[in-house]
Design a protein around this ligand. Structure first.
Ligand code: ADP
Ligand code: MG
Length: 702
């Protein structure tokens, strides 16, 4: 965590003056009459300590007890009805604990049967010709309600629509309802608005106090929906405000590099490329250049599907920096990738007199010392390598731009190292993992996001097929045919959750099967995570040089490798992979001019599994797939548990409320940019919230 408090604190500058928070709601729950120390302890189990926290403990759904006309209720639907007991209730026991209580009920003009299981005591609560109210499941065919709740007497409007709260430990939903009611009756009036009037009006949102009351005690579904809508917007807006404020402060506080690139030279470079840029490439290049010439530090994420042409965007950006007199660096996760990038970038840049060098751990001794020396003197323009490139003894003369490929491998730590070395370069993160927009603007909310959402023209779509296990013979025949035409193939082995040992074993088994199958005709290589990096390099190089025609691999092959002659991919047990991962794997083929194929070998059991296979065969668009993946797996699982970095929202749902998220993001952006936001009285509530999060002190940066 970095402290970046300037002399005049951001609070002073931006809050204008110190405001008194309404202290009443910050009191411990015991300040509510009727809540004693014992109840307070119970509430503490679900992290409710203050009155405010109790009032803001919102229900996640409602139990609907509204009276309905049976003719409108669907089979198996839950229903509450009121009716007159028609005939003597009958109670039958089966064994000691099991019982069945049956009663006929006249509901409007219907005579229906109501059955209660294992609640014999209810018999005393009903008598002939009296009115009772029951709730249960409606069986239309048998004209029967299997009931679980009953009250004597007519329906009471009071419990028409009841909130259901998340509970655990000793606390019950009933208890929470009661305590919230108590708190609300005593302190509900203290709830203050934090959104400015203009936003409330613009979106016709309920006031905070009304919305809170309605969430807890709604009179109907529509009202509850409106209350929820207000909190969804509030939650997204506050979150986005925090992210945008962080970004603004980071920009204004971090000395960046103003890179005055030479537009004429840059245009010449772009014109020299063997192809015209796509619209999307032009757009993102402009976004990047726009950042580079500003005095603040660029912090940008570049997303583009495999093959969308990120490398050339990187080359243009690096060249721009060089024309401004700066050096550039490109960091990638593996040595093979570093070599590939070094080759393609020096191909593009050397003709323009740019000195591109590769620095990996294999570069040793004299050569290494030489490179380090040249770098320090500013004689190397672009350095390409793995993480080692910004560490230890590596010193740049004037580093202006760092680009990292596969953003998730370059984190906070590396950025700190750069900062401590006194470099404050612009940073561009490139990733081929399409992240759904809703997640990108949430998880990477403090970054700018550029997207290449268009493929270069003339690219052949990879043909994807889903085959059942029993069709393996035919699939291998197909593969054989491709190989006989001089092509190469990847075979990806089953993924075993939480066990790379089994993954490796699988790969070894498949490797020996295929070695036998192709016998002396083709060479089959093996790649997995247990190999040393030198061994991996060796296998990859052999595959690259077509000394090996079939590469059997675990998912380690996933990142960035480019072998254009590989046109065939077979993925075993494809149902075990997520859509995004399948798409990443598939991106290893389809890199040359030949038609490529991807075969998913899978016997999915679930509907979702089948759906995933179908989607894969239908689209090659990584963004469509990632949206689907998000839909099928939910936001929590999308990034995997470890690095989710996603905030938890109380009421809002990133997937279903994405429109509100977009709106809130745009509103937050324009608020943060306006000077009124930082000075005017009407934004006090929002500013106070920001202060509470620590965002204004720059605490959450990096
Ligand atoms: P990725 O985004 O996966 O890194 P690359 O940068 O490796 O993609 O580009 C994939 C291929 O597409 C490369 O061979 C590159 O030369 C080519 N390419 C990039 N941009 C264009 C373009 N605008 N038109 C045609 N081909 C392009
Ligand atoms: Mg790439």
């Amino acid at each position: 965590m970095r402290q970046c408090r300037p002399e005049e604190s951001w609070q002073q500058k931006y809050l204008g003056r110190v405001i008194k928070v309404n202290p009443l709601l910050k009191q411990p729950v015991t300040a509510v009459k009727g809540i004693g120390p014992e109840k307070a302890e119970t509430l503490a189990e679900i992290n409710i300590l203050t009155i405010e926290e109790l009032l803001e403990y919102l229900p996640y759904r409602y139990e609907d007890y509204r009276l309905r006309d049976l003719s409108e209720v669907n089979h198996e639907e839950k229903v509450t009805v009121e009716g007159k007991v028609h005939g003597e209730p009958s109670l039958v026991y089966h064994g000691r604990k099991k019982s069945r209580l049956t009663v006929r009920l006249l509901v409007d003009r219907y005579l229906v049967k109501v059955v209660f299981f294992n609640q014999p005591y209810l018999k005393q609560k009903m008598s002939i010709n009296e009115i009772i109210t029951v709730t249960g499941k409606w069986d239309q065919h048998r004209q029967t309600i299997t009931a679980n709740e009953m009250t004597s007497g007519p329906y009471s409007k009071e419990k028409e629509f009841e909130p259901v709260y998340a509970v655990k430990g000793t606390i019950t939903v009933k208890m929470i309802r009661r305590l919230i009611k108590l708190a609300f009756s005593q302190y509900g009036n203290q709830v203050e608005e934090i959104l400015p009037d203009e936003l409330l009006k613009q979106y016709k949102l309920m006031s905070r106090k009304d919305a809170l009351r309605t969430m807890h005690f709604p009179l109907g579904a529509e009202e509850a929906k409106q209350a929820r809508r207000r909190f969804v917007y509030e939650e997204f807006l506050l979150f986005q405000l925090k992210m945008q404020a962080l970004r603004k402060i980071e920009r204004e506080q971090t000395p960046g590099k103003k890179q005055n690139y030479d537009l004429e030279r840059l245009k010449k470079f772009i014109d020299s490329l063997p192809f015209p840029l796509t619209h999307a490439q032009k757009r993102v290049v402009n976004e990047i250049l726009g950042d580079m010439k500003q005095p603040y530090r660029m912090n940008r994420l570049l997303q583009g599907d495999v093959g969308s042409g990120k490398t050339v965007v990187a080359a243009i950006s690096l060249y721009a920096g060089i024309t401004a007199g700066f050096q550039g660096a490109l960091m990638v996760p593996t040595e093979i990738l570093a070599e590939q990038h070094a080759e393609s970038l020096s191909g593009l840049l050397s003709p323009f007199g740019i000195n591109v060098q590769l620095l990996t751990s294999s570069v040793k001794g004299k050569r290494r010392r030489e490179i380090l020396e040249l770098l320090k003197n500013g004689d190397i323009d672009v350095l390409i390598g793995t993480h080692a490139l910004i560490q230890d003894e590596v010193y740049f003369s004037n580093l202006g731009l760092v680009i990292t490929d596969e953003q998730h491998r370059f984190g906070v730590e590396q950025r700190r190292i750069l900062r401590e070395k006194g470099e404050n370069p612009d940073v561009l993160f490139m990733t081929a993992t399409p992240i759904p927009r809703t997640l990108a603007i949430t998880a990477f909310g403090e970054m700018d996001v550029s997207v290449i959402d268009e493929m270069p023209a003339g690219r052949k779509a990879i043909e994807t097929y889903w085959a059942k296990q029993e069709m393996l013979d035919r699939v291998l025949g197909f593969m054989d045919k491709e190989l006989s035409q001089g092509r190469q193939a990847y075979v990806i082995c089953p993924l075993i959750e939480e066990s790379d040992k089994l993954d490796v074993q699988n790969a070894i088994d498949v490797h020996s099967t295929l070695s036998m199958y192709f016998h002396e005709r083709y060479k089959v290589g093996l790649m997995h995570g247990r190999l040393s990096s030198a061994e991996k390099e060796e296998v990859m190089k052999a595959f690259s040089a077509n000394q090996v025609q079939v590469l059997v691999s675990t998912t380690v092959v996933e990142v960035g490798v480019n072998v254009p002659n590989a046109t065939f991919m077979l993925i075993y047990d494809a149902e075990r992979f997520g859509l995004s991962q399948l798409h990443q794997l598939r991106g290893r083929v389809g890199r040359g001019s030949e038609q490529s194929y991807c075969i998913l070998l899978a016997d999915p059991k679930s509907e979702i599994g089948k759906e995933r296979m179908r989607i894969m065969t239908e689209t090659n668009d990584g963004f469509v797939l990632s949206e689907k993946d998000l839909e099928l797996r939910g936001p929590g699982d999308f990034f995997g548990k470890k690095q989710s970095g996603l905030p938890e929202f109380k009421v809002a749902d990133m997937v279903h409320d994405y429109r509100a998220l977009e709106t809130a993001r745009a509103d937050a952006a324009s608020l943060v940019q306006s000077s009124a936001f930082w000075t005017s009285e009407k934004y006090l509530g929002l500013r106070m919230y920001l202060e509470g999060t620590g965002a204004l002190a720059g605490e959450k940066l990096d």
